[in-house]
Design a protein around this ligand. Structure first.
Ligand SMILES: [Zn+2]
Length: 323
């Protein structure tokens, strides 16, 4: 589950850094010479325009910030605060420890430390959330003021992300298979979705999306073959999720494929199209309209690259279910 990070940036160095490297994202070309090739490649994948909102923290007194920075995961949300409230949020994508890079971007503070625990951000959004609203959502006292870099615990993070709708639909945390397995076994679809249930859904989605998209920001739809930003793609179950056994759900390499929200996901889910022997077919049992027929004709006979001997039984289940 993603955490919420609090970062005051209303005055002093932090205010200046916000202008220098968030309002004005840093060009990858300026940072590249301080980075390893692999890190440059990763950033190119994440930021096709190579303009990167960048933040960093100092080790802090008695190295207190390092421990917190170690906990930052992809998809965590940083809230920047100052002047009576939270003025923006951003989603973390990637992090690295690099003193030279920090010196280049920000120099040093009054204690001679630099902001070498670097993390990169995306989806920077403006907000005007007053402290009083924020405190109410977290469960803090009315007059609480955010002081210093800190990370909210799981329960508070969930409350804040829900209240202000902060979750990213592009950047998800890395979920170990064991944790995915635990969620699959423990999730009860008949229970109403409380905060814990929602966190479980997010964990399952994070795992499946990571396995399909890696860390990429664009990917191809498995039906139409078109390339889309990943927030327009779903990790769709080839066999209806609700009908899958736990073992089938755990067969994550074969049970899901990317489908676009521009039509393919619904057309497949509702059975207007099926995949047989690796080719997309129109389901003639369904009522269609001329405009829909025209659309589906552009898909018919296309090859579905996710069809193989291992995924075949799931596609066959889908065809039988709908025809
Ligand atoms: Zn598509």
């Amino acid at each position: 589950m993603n955490s919420v990070i609090l970062q005051p940036a209303g005055n002093g160095d932090a205010k200046q850094h916000y202008i220098d490297t968030i309002t004005n994202p840093v060009k990858l070309s300026r940072m590249a010479r301080y980075l390893e090739d692999e890190q440059v490649e990763r950033l190119k994948e994440l930021y096709p325009d190579q303009l990167i909102p960048t933040w960093g923290v100092t080790p802090g007194k008695t190295n207190g910030n390092i421990k917190k920075w170690n906990r930052i995961q992809t998809g965590d949300i940083t809230l920047f605060s100052g002047n009576g409230g939270i003025f923006s949020s951003a989603v973390s994508t990637y992090k690295l420890h690099n003193k030279e890079l920090a010196l280049e971007l920000w120099g040093t503070d009054a204690n001679g430390q630099t902001w070498e625990y670097v993390y990169f951000l995306d989806e920077v959004k403006q907000h005007s959330i007053m402290y009083i609203e924020f405190n109410k959502a977290v469960g803090y006292k009315e007059n609480f003021i955010i002081q210093g870099f800190s990370i909210l615990d799981q329960e508070k993070s969930i409350r804040v992300s829900e209240e202000f709708d902060l979750q990213s639909d592009t950047h998800y945390p890395e979920i170990p298979f064991e944790e995915y397995k635990k969620v699959i076994k423990e999730f009860d679809p008949d229970r109403p979705l409380d905060a814990k249930g929602k966190a479980m859904v997010r964990t399952e989605q994070s795992f499946l999306r990571k396995s399909l998209f890696g860390g990429k920001s664009v990917e191809n739809c498995g039906i139409c073959g078109n390339t889309y930003p990943v927030n327009l793609l779903v990790a769709a179950h080839i066999k209806k999720r609700a009908k899958c056994s736990n073992d089938e759900k755990l067969d994550f390499e074969n049970i899901v494929m990317p489908m676009c929200k521009l039509g393919c996901d619904d057309l497949y889910e509702k059975g207007y199209i099926t995949v047989q022997n690796g080719r997309i077919l129109l389901n003639t049992k369904k009522i269609v309209t001329p405009v829909l027929t025209n659309y589906i004709e552009t898909l018919v006979n296309k090859e579905c690259t996710y069809w193989n001997e291992s995924s075949k039984p799931y596609f066959e289940w889908h065809s039988k279910f709908h025809i």
